[in-house]
Design a protein around this ligand. Structure first.
Ligand SMILES: C[S@@+](CC[C@H](N)C(=O)[O-])C[C@H]1O[C@@H](n2cnc3c(N)ncnc32)[C@H](O)[C@@H]1O
Length: 202
């Protein structure tokens, strides 16, 4: 296995402890805010790799019955806002790639934003398996795919890892089907044209 193929161990908790969290903009992702203004995300929602929980909170405030923010970093979860809870919002420390039995088949929606791009490509099949396992039959995967975090030749050491639409198709082949796909018009600065949104059905 070459170095590129080796899963790099990322110490996410250490990044939060050191306050080195450039992905955290202190606000929900603009593409999901845009989506929540035109569509309903209802029932039970899982947000894997939720970090400090900005997206989970926005989804709960938009009216989902229950939103679970899951993150492998204890420090991220400890920093997730607990005050002014809109109701139905909870956070847990856990590994999305080793989904607990009680979470299997439990969610109407799984929401993706910068969890997948933080994972080494060798972990993508396990990630897709967890998405499908978490969803109820007919449940939906709402994803902001961070396709091209960097321009070609400018990539510093990942993560984030770029992903192509072909790679996404391979990951979810035989699992989820695309219902809707679009280019969001609102972004964090620097992500314009780099994010693709999809709703996929289990
Ligand atoms: C790039 S950060 C994005 C965090 C958040 N989505 C945001 O935009 O602020 C990736 C997050 O995924 C979490 N993470 C990494 N591997 C994970 C795993 N296997 N299960 C759950 N969370 C994981 C990290 O701790 C980190 O908070």
């Amino acid at each position: 296995m070459s170095d590129d193929e080796m899963p790099r161990e990322i110490n996410w908790d250490a990044a939060y402890a050191a306050g080195v969290t450039p992905w955290d903009k202190g606000a929900p992702a603009p593409p999901v805010v845009e989506y929540l203004q035109r569509a309903k995300v209802t029932g039970q929602v899982l947000v894997p790799g939720c970090g400090r929980g900005h997206d989970a909170r926005a989804i709960a405030m938009a009216g989902a019955t229950g939103v679970l923010g899951l993150d492998i970093s204890e420090r991220a979860i400890a920093a997730a806002p607990k005050a002014d809870d809109p109701g139905g919002l909870r956070f847990e420390v856990g590994n999305f790639l080793e989904l607990e039995e009680r979470h299997r088949g439990s969610f109407d929606w799984v929401f993706e934003h910068t969890c997948l791009s933080g994972l080494h490509p060798s972990l993508r099949a396990a990630y897709a398996e967890s998405v499908a396992a978490a969803l109820k039959p007919g449940g939906k995967y709402l994803a902001i795919f961070f396709l091209t975090p960097w321009d070609e030749g400018e990539q510093p050491e990942p993560p984030p890892y770029a992903i192509s639409t072909d790679e996404i198709a391979t990951m979810f082949d035989g699992r989820l089907q695309t219902e809707e796909e679009w280019w969001p018009t609102r972004h964090f600065s620097g992500r314009e044209g780099r994010e693709l949104m999809r709703v996929m059905v289990n």
